[in-house]
Design a protein around this ligand. Structure first.
Ligand code: UDP
Ligand code: MG
Length: 319
C-alpha cells in the first residue's frame, strides 16, 4: 500500500527541515516504505523553494510542486491531492500543528473501521488565541445551521483520505475551492479521530483575521444558497413591518404623533439597509460565477520536481 503525504507550504523556512525529518522518521519506524511526500511551494518568498529543491535532490520520494505565485492554501492542497499517486493520502500542514506521529494510529483506525476518510477532530488547540478559537467555533456552528450538508465541528484539513475519495476529488473542477468541505461533501464512510492540536513549531500563522473572514465568506457562499433565500425572507419581513407601520401611523395619528421626519428617516434607513445587504449577497454569488465562467486555472505550476507527468491539462512540466 502506497502512502502519499500532502504538505502545502508558504514561507515555512523555519519549520521545513523538522517537518521533513519527522514525517520521514514516522514512516521509517513503522515500516511504511512505499510512500511519497508532496510539498507544494505556494509562491514562498523566503528560502522555502531552495530547501524543497535540496530535499527533492536527496530523496526521490520527496516530490515538489512549485507554484508561479501565491495562490492560497486551498489551491496548494488541491494541487497536492491531484498529483498524488498513493492508495491513501494524508493532508498535513507544514507547521507541525498536526503531529505526523499520529499517521500510524489513523491508518489503524482506517483499517479497523473499513472507512474511506479519517478526519482529525481537535480536542484542544494549543497556542491559539481565545478569540480565534471562539470565532472558529461560532463560525462552524453558524455554517452548519445554514448548510445543506452538515460539516464536522473543530475539524481542519488534517485527515486521511483513500483512493475512492482521491479519485472523486480529481473530478472537481471548480476554481473557488474549500477542500475540507468538498472532502466531506463527497460522502462515503467518514470517521473522526480525536487529537490534541499542538502549537506551531516555528514561524507565524499565514492567516490574519482579514484572510479568515474572506475564507469564511467564501465557504458560506460556495457551499450554500441559503443567503439568497434570505433575501426573499428579508423582503417578506419588510412587507410585514411596513404593514405594521401603516397600522401604527393610523393609531398614532390620534394618540401621540411622531414627528414626520423621524419615521420617514427610520424607514429609509431600514429599507436602504435591507436592499444593500441583499444586493451585496447577490454580488457575492455573481463574483463566484464570474470567476467560474472565466475558466482560468486554479493555480499555475512553475516547476515539478520528481513528478514526471503534469496532471493538469495545459500545465507544462518545466524541468
Ligand atoms: N499555506 C499555504 N498558502 C497560503 C497560506 C498558508 O500553502 O497562502 C500553508 C501554510 O504553509 C501551512 C498551512 O497552509 O502549511 C496552514 O497555514 P497556517 O499554519 O498559517 O494556518 P493556521 O494553522 O494558523 O490556521
Ligand atoms: Mg498552522
Amino acid at each position: 500500500m502506497k502512502i502519499s503525504i500532502v504538505v502545502p507550504c508558504y514561507n515555512e523556512q523555519e519549520v521545513l527541515r523538522e517537518t521533513c525529518r519527522r514525517i520521514k522518521d514516522v514512516l521509517a519506524s513503522n515500516g511504511l516504505t512505499d510512500h511519497e511526500i508532496l510539498f507544494i511551494n505556494d509562491g514562498s518568498t523566503d528560502s522555502t523553494p531552495l530547501l524543497l529543491c535540496e530535499f527533492a535532490e536527496r530523496d526521490r520520494t520527496i516530490k515538489v510542486i512549485h507554484f508561479s505565485r501565491n495562490f492560497g492554501h486551498e489551491a496548494a492542497t488541491a494541487a497536492g491531492i491531484r498529483h498524488c499517486s498513493g492508495d491513501i493520502a494524508f493532508l498535513l500542514d507544514a507547521d507541525l500543528q498536526d503531529p505526523p506521529e499520529l499517521i500510524p494510529e489513523m491508518i489503524a483506525l482506517w483499517q479497523h473501521e473499513r472507512c474511506n476518510v479519517v478526519y482529525g477532530v481537535r480536542k484542544s488547540r494549543e497556542g491559539e488565541t481565545f478569540l480565534k478559537k471562539l470565532t472558529s467555533k461560532l463560525f462552524y456552528r453558524f455554517f452548519n445551521a445554514i448548510s445543506d450538508v452538515p460539516f464536522p465541528i473543530d475539524t481542519g484539513d488534517f485527515r486521511l483520505i483513500d483512493h475512492k475519495v482521491i479519485s472523486e476529488f480529481k473530478r472537481f473542477s471548480e476554481r473557488k475551492m474549500y477542500v475540507r468541505g468538498l472532502l466531506t461533501w463527497v460522502g462515503f464512510r467518514q470517521m473522526p479521530f480525536f487529537y490534541e492540536r499542538h502549537r506551531r513549531f516555528a514561524g507565524t500563522t499565514k492567516y490574519n483575521y482579514r484572510k479568515l473572514l474572506r475564507l469564511s465568506l467564501d465557504i458560506i457562499f460556495s457551499f450554500t444558497k441559503r443567503p439568497l433565500k434570505l433575501a426573499l425572507e428579508l423582503g417578506a419581513a419588510s412587507v410585514i413591518v411596513s404593514l405594521l407601520l401603516v397600522l401604527y401611523a393610523f393609531v398614532s395619528r390620534y394618540v401621540s404623533p411622531l414627528p414626520g421626519w423621524a419615521s420617514t428617516v427610520i424607514i429609509i434607513i431600514f429599507f436602504g439597509g435591507v436592499q444593500l445587504l441583499t444586493v451585496g449577497v447577490i454580488g457575492e454569488y455573481i463574483a463566484i460565477i464570474f470567476d467560474e465562467v472565466k475558466r482560468r486555472p486554479q493555480y499555475i505550476v512553475d516547476e515539478l520536481l520528481n513528478l514526471d507527468t503534469p496532471v493538469d491539462k495545459d500545465q507544462p512540466n518545466r524541468r
